[in-house]
Design a protein around this ligand. Structure first.
Ligand code: GLY
Ligand code: MN
Ligand code: MN
Length: 459
């Protein structure tokens, strides 16, 4: 039995954060600072509007799992649909008493709908999550006295698919329509500028964001390590997928950041293979590209390894070529380098190596077997927002060269059905080499083969 005092300390976080039991969600101060930074980059006499992502219908009365618009999340912390955020460069007077720069409309509470789809934040709870003081319900939006007549610019990020929600009386399309009706006829809405400003903000991660990406990586790495230990000939691709996804979920990751790619043999040559239904045989390589998502931030990791625990001579040659290319790519992950430097570095090595192995006769043909880019930003999105300018400290990118030789390729058939990608998540540092955030997961052939000798409790 605990004392009253210890009960208070146990309940204190719940009192502070309401129904939310996650202790490491981003605080309102994070979202508030993002809004202030965004507003500072808006022109004089301007307003910006953002809409939450719509709920997307799967079939009949079943919807897809909800995923918030990352820009909306970055500015509010809200994970609810049917919401509108308005930001004003200058304090906007919309009633007699208040001048506000931030205005939020959320779905009204609704007991009968909440029985089906979960508790919605009240306006007071939304204030606590977002740090926005002026929070109203969307039922008030249509008639809300917003005067855009003196605005010189209005920025808008419209939802990509404003389809309606099965339960909601306030469909997103209505909110968009109501917003557009408030605008003077002669005002052109600027749709590209808010994205540009947010891309440059989201490109450079804050310390708390790096911590969440690291958590997403760590729980994914744990799954990859168990998968390498567990896998055996006879496994199905989906069973390999299930092991990594189990560790993500079991450690509090809400989703995968993208559909898991788990392909053996010829399927390893399909870049975004998602069926994951085939059996894995002795002698096959498995290409596993998976990343857990933790509080909105995602990992993106690929390892390629032999189903029976031992690389063949040909698999080793291709694997080591990709590894050498990846190391060259990681070596140029330095602030000031062009975003394309990683691809230039990896592609040069892969092209030369493929010629040396006799797989191609001219380096010009390397893109037949290495047909994708090497890097993308990583964060709230797996292919995260960014400027694609010179690399900056605090940016997280992937480095993921690959070689894919499907059956029937114009080379010796001993190379057929070898698909190798090695992908790590790299934090650019201010000084010195980058940090390989996923570096705990073995990449060297010897390390992988040794790890695969260990027993797993999934066997
Ligand atoms: N997982 C998708 C990618 O690597 O870009
Ligand atoms: Mn990637
Ligand atoms: Mn990937």
């Amino acid at each position: 039995m605990k004392s009253n005092l210890s009960v208070f300390f146990i309940l204190f976080p719940f009192i502070l954060f309401g129904q939310n039991t996650d202790h490491d969600l981003l605080p309102a101060s994070f979202f508030k600072a993002n809004r202030e930074n965004f507003i500072a980059q808006m022109p004089a006499h301007s307003a910006a509007v953002f809409f939450a992502n719509p709920i997307r219908n799967r079939s009949n009365d079943v919807d897809y799992q909800y995923s918030q618009n990352p820009n909306f999340y970055y500015l509010t912390g809200l994970r609810d649909p049917d919401a509108v955020l308005l930001l004003f460069k200058d304090a906007k007077i919309f009633d007699e008493s208040k001048g506000v720069k931030e205005l939020l409309f959320i779905r009204p509470k609704n007991k009968s709908e909440e029985i089906w789809t979960g508790i919605r934040p009240s306006c007071r709870e939304a204030q606590a999550i977002t740090g926005i003081q002026a929070v109203y319900t969307t039922t008030e939006f249509k008639e809300f006295g917003l005067d855009f007549s003196k605005m010189e610019e209005v920025w808008a990020e419209y939802p990509s698919q404003p389809n309606s929600e099965a339960f909601s009386k306030i469909a997103l399309s209505n909110l968009v329509e109501d917003f557009n009706k408030k605008l003077p006829a002669n005002l052109t809405v600027e749709e590209s500028k808010p994205y540009k400003v947010l891309a440059s903000m989201r490109e450079v991660k804050q310390v708390v964001e790096i911590a969440l990406v690291k958590r997403a990586i760590d729980i994914s790495v744990e799954g990859f390590i168990e998968l390498m230990k567990a896998i055996n000939p006879g496994f199905k691709e989906y069973q390999a997928q299930a092991i990594v996804e189990y560790f993500v979920k079991n450690n509090g990751g809400e989703y995968q950041g993208y559909p898991s790619i788990c392909g053996g043999a010829g399927n390893s040559c399909i870049l975004h293979y998602q069926e994951n239904r085939d059996s894995l045989k002795s002698g096959d390589l498995l290409l596993a590209d998976m990343g857990g998502e933790y509080h909105g931030y995602t990992a993106d990791i690929t390892r390629t390894f032999p189903v029976n625990g031992k690389f063949t001579a040909e698999q080793k040659l291709i694997y080591n070529l990709v590894l050498k290319a990846q190391e060259a790519g990681i070596a140029v992950c330095l602030p000031g380098q062009s975003f394309h430097a990683t691809h230039q570095a990896t592609f040069a090595i892969v092209s030369k190596g493929l010629v040396e192995l006799g797989i191609i006769t001219s380096e010009k043909d390397a893109d037949k077997y290495f047909m994708h880019g090497t890097s993308h930003y990583l964060g709230l999105d797996v292919h995260d927002a960014g400027t694609y300018g010179a690399l900056k400290a605090g940016t997280i990118i992937t480095v993921e060269p690959g070689i894919y030789i499907p059956e029937g390729s114009p080379c010796d058939k001993k190379w057929w059905n070898i698909g190798v990608r090695i992908e790590d998540d790299i934090l650019i540092n201010e000084n010195g080499p980058a940090t390989i955030m996923s570096g705990r997961l073995p990449r060297e052939i010897g390390e992988i083969e040794n790890l695969m000798l260990l027993q797993s409790y999934f066997k």
